[in-house]
Design a protein around this ligand. Structure first.
Ligand SMILES: [Zn+2]
Length: 94
């Protein structure tokens, strides 16, 4: 049994999720601040999936509006594609 001598709470990824505001929905993929992580939340089963915004930008183009991606989302858990939301994950910066 090993317990660290320091308070090691950070081996878990501490990403806090926030709902994306309307302003952010108007932003394009390419103009999002670097520390924005996108996460998709299924409206049916609440499964949360990390979205690779850079892959999205490659696939849909960097001038694609973030808000227009929400209805492209298909849940990998239940297959739902209605009403899915995008959330912003703030990477802890230190
Ligand atoms: Zn689902």
């Amino acid at each position: 049994m090993s317990h660290g001598t320091t308070h090691e709470m950070r081996h878990r990824k501490g990403i806090s999720l926030l709902p994306i505001g309307h302003d952010d929905y108007q932003r394009t993929l390419g103009s999002l601040p670097q520390w924005y992580e996108l996460n998709a939340v299924c409206s049916t089963c609440h499964r949360t999936v990390h979205v690779d915004r850079y892959e999205m930008a490659r696939r849909f183009g960097g001038d694609r509006k973030v808000g227009s991606l929400a209805n492209k989302l298909v849940c990998q858990g239940c297959g739902n594609r209605q009403g899915n939301m995008l959330m912003i994950g703030m990477m802890p910066r230190d």
